[in-house]
Design a protein around this ligand. Structure first.
Ligand code: MOS
Length: 767
């Protein structure tokens, strides 16, 4: 197997991290085998639900601190420029302005590759030039216009293919491609397989750049207490942010506290530390006052990441007996002005059993805001292309698509040969097909429906990692009154971390939810929690919480035996009580007889099973209606059948599916960053021009989850559910549109104009 660079992110997608962390229990806590416990598996209410819906939840910017200042970033108006001179005296003279930080007066802090926090080389329109700090955000905004910058404007390129050309500017020391050359992957031999196949299909696809646009913008509130820094931030990783801040500011991680109180979404853009937070920390230190910085919607659309576009040329080959024999892709994705990752080929590498695969991918630098991980990075784009050529190949071979998928189900990772801990994709295919009425589709010619509004059914498959793993810890404390506190350095990004930790501890200690309080989203005094990304939070944190709970149970039994002077064998534990032959002890009574004040155990996430890979799998089936006169696509119904391990909380799980599928529909039908390539500027940097789905676009969604308590994966049998829902949606919709109209949509988003062009047989417009 070649292409080590290509698969460098494999850990996220194929969890086989058996022994890469030193301090990790190899013996896991006893597994919970039953699928429905007293609390786990139940649709209990969200821990933070009341505060979220009533408006009393405190978000980052609600942390109003005395004497706080507000900061705003001055951003480059040019797609490519050098700063020749900067004069901030006029801005500083404005009443209320406290400081203007820029390359001339701020410390030199390295940023991506060969760039700096305050760089004189500006690589996209939106790149940070300076930070203005003032008494209020309005004053800071006014002062932005008073900073005089003399720019040397340089040639720019914002188009993907053109940005690789010799005439395009070089943005970094490694050239026009990130990594300096294409990334490749290969197995088997594709050429002979293509030659001997009974059918070969070949098609090109493009997908638009999408922007995360979470409801809550990026914002930070920072202050220093002596040499200790506290940062309130809307972040997907309090520990990750702390570590990067320590590096950037050259102070010990132990002097930094990061707190993420409540969050209005992230979807990947809040996985990384952004420049504005470091700049605010520098300003707060310099001025000795708290500083808050809130990005506006324009900045959200320019400077904090996106799902990179894609250009994909695919070939697929198969034989008449339904064997997939070759998959080839040649692809391009724009990483923007700084390193990111625009690859989208992993589904093609591992989704289906296929002996001959070849991938060549280029991550292209350009003068636009850099990409960032966005809910299943690369997978929705890759699946959109892959599952359309699978659909097309099936037709060419005279085989039903579903059958082709079923026949080529991979039993082990196609990249490494490693078997999966569990895989219930077959059941997903069967039950999903049944629910959508797939059999009604079988005997229908694509586009054969009567009238201008045509209905069709399509499907696409899903693979993702999301097995989680160590290091991850959860501390559980029983207080003297019997109340229980859970503390962990993970965070709740809106997915329900508070709730699933509460449920898990309730299950382990057999106590009511109300007696358990949960604190996450704070680095101070908390055991490490990983980034809330890669769908790894639930499968990393809940097994650790389960372990902590079981350890506490043991400690209670031993403590009561010693304190009450009764034999350990005479004691048992049930329903939140230590039970003896003569007497029972509630938690409070147990604490009393033990003469304890706080009983503490920290559960650590055990190692993953050696020689196995944890992945989630699924398939989505959708029904659409296409108005062939207007080009409008309506998604009528989505059936999502996914193997995501144990269902911890059905209601939270359905939330994830609804959100992911909605985002998938947005990507499929409307979301697109629009760029003026001549000016090198984003035209859609607001929520009017960057269209996102609303409730009116929501179809009927049916979620089917096969029962799978995968205790080989971890003690609770949990796999992550954050990313799987978005992966197959756009591909399934495109296949449904083909089934309805007989026309392939190869460009995302499938806006009415593109649908009409395709129906008219017009040439596709390359991006
Ligand atoms: Mo996600 S892109 O792992 O937040």
């Amino acid at each position: 197997m070649s292409g080590t660079r290509f698969i460098r992110d494999q850990r996220f997608f194929e969890e086989d991290n058996a022994s890469y962390v030193a301090e990790v229990p190899v013996e896991d806590a006893p597994a919970l085998e039953t699928s429905e416990g007293k609390f786990l598996g139940k649709s209990v209410e969200r821990y933070d639900g009341y505060h979220k819906v009533s408006g009393t939840a405190l978000y980052t910017i609600d942390r109003q601190l005395k004497h706080a200042l507000a900061a705003r970033a001055l951003r480059s108006p040019h797609p490519h420029a050098k700063i020749k001179k900067i004069d901030s005296s006029k801005a500083e003279a404005l009443e209320g302005v406290m400081a203007v930080l820029h390359h001339g007066n701020a410390p030199d802090i390295p940023w991506h590759r060969d760039s700096k926090l305050f760089d004189t080389h500006l690589r996209y329109a939106g790149d940070e030039v300076a930070l203005v700090v003032a008494s209020t955000a309005d004053v800071a905004t006014e002062a932005l216009n008073l900073v005089h910058v003399e720019y040397e404007v340089l040639p720019h390129e914002t188009r993907t293919m053109e940005a690789m050309d010799d005439r395009a500017p070089e943005l970094h020391d490694e050239g026009r491609l990130q990594g300096g050359e294409p990334a490749t992957y290969a197995r088997g031999e594709v050429e002979p397989a293509l030659e001997s196949a009974d059918a070969v299909v070949s098609r090109s696809f493009t997908t638009a750049t999408c922007v995360h646009n979470p409801t809550e913008p990026h914002n930070s509130v920072v202050f220093w207490d002596d040499d200790r820094l506290t940062v309130y931030d809307s972040t997907q990783g309090v520990f990750a942010m702390r570590n990067t801040l320590a590096e950037k500011l050259q102070i010990p991680a132990s002097s930094i506290r990061v707190i993420c109180p409540a969050m209005g979404g992230g979807f990947g853009c809040k996985l990384e530390l952004s420049k504005h937070t470091v700049m605010a920390a520098l300003a707060a230190r310099q001025l000795g006052r708290p500083v808050s910085v809130v990005l506006d919607r324009r900045e959200m659309n320019l400077a904090v990441g996106n799902r990179p576009n894609s250009i994909q040329h695919l070939r697929a080959a198969g034989t008449r007996d339904g064997q997939l024999t070759a998959l080839v892709t040649d692809s391009y994705g724009m990483v923007g002005a700084y390193p990111s990752n625009a690859w989208m080929n992993w589904p093609l590498v591992v989704m289906y059993q296929c002996p001959n695969v070849s991938v060549t991918h280029r991550n292209v630098y350009s003068n636009l805001g850099p990409g960032r991980a966005f809910r299943a990075p690369g997978f929705p784009q890759g699946t959109f292309a892959l599952d359309q050529v699978i659909d097309e190949l099936a037709e060419a071979l005279g085989i039903d698509t579903l059958e082709l998928c079923q026949r080529n189900m991979a039993t082990a990772s196609q990249a490494s040969g490693t078997p999966y801990t569990s895989k219930k994709l077959a059941e997903c295919y069967e039950r999903g097909a049944e629910a959508i009425g797939w059999s009604t589709r079988r005997n229908r010619e694509p586009g054969s429906g009567a009238g201008p509004r045509k209905r069709g059914i399509g499907m696409a498959s899903q693979v993702w990692g999301g097995g989680g793993g160590p290091p991850a810890g959860v501390t559980v404390m029983i207080q003297r009154d019997g109340s229980v506190q859970v503390v962990s350095g993970t965070q709740d990004i809106g997915t329900g971390t508070f709730t699933i930790l509460q449920q898990t501890v309730a299950e382990a200690l057999e106590i009511p939810l109300e007696s358990i309080s949960v604190r996450v989203g704070d680095t101070d005094g908390a055991p490490y929690g990983p980034l809330s990304g890669g769908s790894q939070t639930a499968p990393s944190m809940t097994p650790a919480a389960w372990s902590a709970g079981l350890e506490l149970k043991q400690a209670l039994l031993q403590g009561v035996a010693a304190g009450a002077e009764v034999p350990l064998e005479s004691l048992s534990y049930a329903d939140g009580e230590v039970r003896g032959t003569e007497q029972n002890w509630s938690l409070a009574e147990a604490m009393q007889v033990m003469r304890e004040q706080t009983l503490v155990r920290t559960g650590l996430r055990a190692a993953n099973a050696e020689g196995k890979i944890i992945c989630s799998f699924g398939a989505q089936f959708v029904e659409v209606e296409v108005d062939t006169e207007t080009g409008r696509i309506d998604v009528l119904r989505v059936v999502a059948a996914h193997d995501i391990g144990r269902v911890l909380n059905r209601r939270l799980l359905e939330n994830q599916f609804e959100g992911g599928i909605m985002q998938g529909i947005g990507m499929a039908l409307m979301e697109e960053r629009v760029v003026d390539d001549v000016e090198g500027k984003v035209l859609s940097a607001n929520l009017l021009d960057y269209r996102m789905p609303v409730m009116a676009n929501t179809p009927e969604i049916e979620v089917i989850i096969p029962e799978n308590i995968d205790t080989v994966a971890n003690n609770l049998g949990v796999k992550g559910v954050g990313e799987p829902p978005i992966i197959p949606t756009a591909g399934a919709i495109a296949n449904a549109v083909y089934n309805a109209t007989g026309v392939r949509m190869t460009e995302l988003p499938m806006t009415p104009d593109r649908v009409l062009m395709a129906l008219l047989g017009a040439e596709e417009v390359s991006r």
